[in-house]
Structures are given as C-alpha cells and as structure tokens.
Write a protein that binds this ligand. Structure first.
Ligand SMILES: [Zn+2]
Length: 386
C-alpha cells in the first residue's frame, strides 16, 4: 500500500516531560546525554527523526504552534498533489507564491541544532538522520552523516513527464523573466523589509503571510497572469506518455507553459500533501530504523503519518524512544507507557526545549565523556557556503 503524505490538523496533547524533573535546560541536557550515551557502546547507534522545529531557529516557519494547531496562519491550506498535477490555475498560484517565498528560504541558514547533529555523527553516537524537512539543511551541514529526506527537497524541480531534475535557483530567474511585474513587486517587498524580517508578526503587518514550504500569501493577488516555464528536455525531445502517445508541449513566445500541452510540467521535488512517498524512500527509512538501537525525534510533532509510523516501528522493535520537541507529539503517551520508575533518560526521554540551544550543549557534555574523545575531530564550520 502506498504511503501518502496527509496533514493532521487535530489538537495535540501537552508534553509530559520524562524524566519528570527534566524541565530546565540543564536537567534536559543531562537526560538527553543519558539517553544518547548507550549509543556509543556496542548496542548500536541512534537514528534521528527531525521535523520543522529544528529549522525554526533558521527563520523558517513551523506548521504548528505549541498547542498543535495551525496558529501561524489559520486559513493556510497547502496545495495537494492532484491539484498541482491537473490544474494549470493551481500551478500558477503555487508558483507565484513560491516565487516570493523562495527569497526567504534562500537567505535562511542552518542553525546550531543542525551543526550539533553533525557533531553527534562525528562522535559516533548518531548513525543517520531521517528528516521531514525540505530545506536541505541536514545534507548541506553534515554531508558525511547520511540524511534521508522523507518528503523530498525544495532545492530541485522534477519534470512530471521525464523525471529530469533542475535546480530551483535558476528556475527562480526564469520565473522572474516570465513575470516582470511580480519581479518588481518582489523587489519592492525586499526593499521594505517585508520579506527580510524573520518576525512573522512584522511580516504580517506589512501585508504578507508566510507559510511553511516557502510559500507566501499575498492578499487579493491576481495569479491568473502568472507564467512558469516548461521542461526544456521535454521541449527538445517530447516524451512518450503512459498511454503510448507522444507528449505535446506548447509554450508562449517567452517559453511559458501553455494549457494545450500534455507534458513537460515541472513540480518542486518535494512530496506534496496527497502524494505518495516513493517505495524506495519508505523502505530506506524503515531500514534506518531497523539498523539503529534507539530513535530521537527532534522538532517534530509526528503529525504526519509517515513520521509517526516510523516511531511506532521503533517502539515495536523495543528501541529506546526520545522526543525533543516544544509542545505535544501525536500519540506520544503510547510510546512511554511501560517505563521504569527510576528512568533517568537512559531508557526514554521526553524534553520540551529548543533544539538549537540544547543540542550544542549535549555535544559539549558528550565530548568530555571518556571514550567519546577518540571520535573528536575538527568541528564543522558554522559558515554556510550557499
Ligand atoms: Zn521533462
């Protein structure tokens, strides 16, 4: 059965901190160190499962507030895969908003949480990262620690017909060329600081609303004239479609895709809501769980089923479960139902603190532990190159 990405919008319970006294940064750090320490011995490494919460300190929006609702923008409804695939108008709207939102994502930089994850890999504690995030911070920050991008990545586009991929940043230039009035509007927004501020409230006061996945709401905007380019490979060599017919690609004088076409539509290389996660990705994620001895969830409320079921799998395999997330996580009670009274974090841990502040401190403590020192190598550079 294919695994589909579906949003979960029900409220979540409040987190129940484990061990119960780990409600301050210092006690939380100790509990997390207790949880991660066994991974250094022969019992096997920890696999991380990260979500939007780890990128909040990078200036990117989270889907949920601490009480688990769409607090950022209550009217936000993400585009669904089937709408994108079949509806030219939906694509215009998507790309117009993405055109404005991309500048924010491009400017965003990894934070101390991502760097600390790389350090945990170097210390031999963490063996791999499964991320729900599409911002590419994990593979960019720690290329030698394997990352599986469960929901794809915004850095590329994929052609729905020929499956070729293209970089998103050059696509941005094409959108700019095809939509000069939008490009002017974007310049104005950048000049007023509406897009440069990392404060969502300030942004909203300037007439914009930002959403996860690098999407910006512009009240009363007219999307109908927005244009987007066709796949250049399909234009040069029309593909044979599933029904055996040769695809037809029609473009306007500037190269904008026209609705008479039957192929050559470019889509962001993310798994949209309502889209199935490729089986190979699903299987890789399951293998990463099965190879690990414990799992630590960072910055995810496990609201999407694809993420929740991985933790459920870990639980069924008897693995230690850790969650570091501000606010509740879907069904977390079931993950902590059978704990020892004297658990100090070694068996299971549940922390509600900021990962960008806590994780670097965890790394510092573990580096001092005898046995970890041998793994200490040059720290990862904090400067981002892209
Ligand atoms: Zn193509």
């Amino acid at each position: 059965m294919p695994l589909m990405r579906i949003p979960y919008t029900s409220p979540l319970p409040l987190p129940k901190v484990i061990p119960p006294y780990a409600t301050t940064p210092s006690t939380a750090i100790t509990a997390l160190c207790n949880f991660l320490s066994p991974s250094h011995s022969s019992s096997g490494k920890t696999v991380l499962l990260t979500g939007a919460g780890i990128s909040v300190a990078s200036g990117l929006a989270d889907y949920r507030g601490t009480n688990g609702t769409y607090t950022l923008n209550k009217t936000y409804r993400p585009i669904y895969y089937h709408e994108f695939v079949k509806d030219h108008e939906a694509r215009k709207r998507y790309w117009a908003r993405s055109f404005l939102g991309w500048t924010n994502l491009e400017r965003a930089r990894r934070n101390g949480g991502h760097v600390a994850v790389g350090e945990l890999g170097r210390l031999g504690v963490v063996g791999g990262v499964i991320t729900q995030n599409v911002d590419s911070f994990h593979p960019e920050t720690h290329p030698s620690l394997p990352t599986l991008e469960l929901h794809g990545y915004l850095r590329s586009l994929v052609c729905l017909s020929c499956r070729n991929e293209y970089p998103r940043n050059t696509f941005q230039s094409s959108l700019s060329m095809l939509n000069p009035s939008w490009a002017t509007f974007l310049e104005e927004m950048l000049a007023t600081g509406a897009l440069t501020t990392e404060d969502p409230m300030e942004r909203r006061s300037k007439g914009l609303r930002t959403n996860p996945d690098g999407d910006v709401d512009v009240p009363n905007a007219n999307y109908t004239t927005f244009r987007y380019p066709a796949c250049p490979v399909c234009m040069a060599k029309p593909p044979v479609l599933g029904n055996g017919e040769v695809g037809r690609i029609e473009v306007d004088s500037d190269g904008g895709w026209l609705p008479g076409s039957t192929a050559g539509v470019l889509k962001p290389a993310v798994i949209m809501f309502g889209e199935s996660i490729p089986n190979i990705v699903k299987e890789k994620a399951e293998n990463m769980i099965d190879e690990a001895s414990r799992i630590l969830v960072i910055g995810s409320s496990l609201a999407t089923y694809s993420a929740w079921r991985l933790v459920k799998r870990a639980k069924e395999r008897g693995m230690g479960i850790g969650i570091l997330n501000i606010g509740g996580a879907r069904g977390e009670d079931t993950f902590y139902s059978d704990m020892r009274e004297d658990n100090d974090g070694t068996d299971a841990v549940r922390i509600s603190e900021r990962s960008d502040l806590i994780l670097p401190e965890v790394v510092k403590v573990l580096e001092e532990v005898e046995g970890f020192k041998g793994h200490k190598t040059a720290p990862i550079s904090h400067n981002s190159s892209s």
